[in-house]
Design a protein around this ligand. Structure first.
Ligand code: CP
Length: 314
């Protein structure tokens, strides 16, 4: 594996999940792998979990870590080839990516969707700009369309908490006051499509269909109550409209997850979560919530990815 940009970079998901569960037993056993190597973390957007868990993962592997808030502390980057740079951007991605490649052995980038222009977000100019001009492996820490570190952590969490042989997993849209990107939901769907031993259902209100190219083979149900029936896991996430790109069409407050809706299912969410909007306090504080376990698994998902990239380099 040269880069980790998407779930499709995982050659065999069940093997990766098993490997992550194994490395959890002794996280510092591979300290030698990262000795003398540096990971650069570059953030164009805020983060708690991704920022800290990826640093922890690198340190478990013996790596040095450099962190930069590119969005606020770096020069504003130009991405267009041939641009006449007489406006706001002081540095071109060509130089930035090549310079960073000299300081680091692996880089990780977070750059969210702008939600203004679907084609522009789909083009992933930040991630693909670094990929084009950097000479080192790149890890996606959430881009405009994907959050594969989160989805790998979710796969580990599902495996650790599954009770049924073939559990039913429901991805449910939930309300939110702001327009949110599709990245988490997209990668969760991609990850679930690689699961052969789970039943998967997506539920959302009319107008909130995800990218149809991604969900073409999925079961989609717009009746939330029907979708949640007999669920073993309920993965909850808000996203803005894909068709009316980036818009909040209707708050659909009745889609908030309550203990009654959850039933006997285990509750999952990537965090951060708006309490009593996305899910009620009773759900988050109840025994069926896996959100803290999910956040813990972010370290081991990142560590497995870094380990594989380091092994590929050595
Ligand atoms: N789930 C997740 O990516 O959390 P942060 O945005 O805090 O990194």
């Amino acid at each position: 594996m040269k880069h980790y940009l998407n779930i499709s970079d995982i050659d065999h998901l069940p093997t990766w999940v098993d490997e992550a569960i194994q490395l959890k037993k002794d996280p510092r056993a591979q300290q030698h792998l990262g000795q003398g190597k540096t990971l650069g973390l570059f953030f164009f957007n805020n983060s708690l979990r991704t920022r800290l868990s990826t640093q922890k993962a690198a340190k478990n592997l013996g790596m040095e870590v450099m962190v930069m808030n590119f969005g606020t502390d770096g020069w504003q980057l130009e991405y267009e080839d041939g641009a006449v740079m007489d406006q706001g951007c002081a540095e071109h991605i060509k130089e930035a990516a090549q310079v960073v490649s000299q300081y680091c052995d692996i880089m990780a980038v977070r750059s969210f969707a702008q939600l203004q222009d679907r084609d522009a977000d789909t083009a992933e100019k930040v991630l693909n700009g670094f990929k084009k001009y950097a000479s080192i492996p790149i890890v996606n820490m959430e881009s405009a369309t994907a959050h594969p570190l989160q989805a790998l952590a979710d796969a580990i969490t599902l495996e650790e908490h599954r009770k049924a042989k073939k559990p039913k997993v429901v991805l449910s849209w939930a309300p939110h006051p702001r327009a949110l990107p599709h990245a988490v939901a997209n990668s969760f769907v991609e990850m679930m499509k690689a699961q052969t031993e789970m039943d998967f259902v997506i539920t959302h209100p009319e107008g909130y269909a995800l990218n149809p190219n991604l969900t073409a083979d999925c079961v989609i149900e717009t009746d939330q109550e029907k979708a949640l029936t007999d669920a073993d896991f309920v993965y909850v996430k808000n996203w803005s409209s894909y068709e009316s790109y980036g818009q909040v069409l209707n708050n659909h407050d009745h889609w908030t997850i309550t203990p009654e809706k959850l039933g006997k299912a285990q509750f999952m969410h990537c965090l951060p979560i708006r309490r009593n909007v996305v899910a009620t306090d009773a759900v988050l504080d109840g025994d069926q919530s896996l959100v803290i376990a999910q956040a813990n698994n972010r370290t081991f998902a990142a560590q497995l990815v870094l380990q594989k990239l380091l092994e590929h380099q050595s």
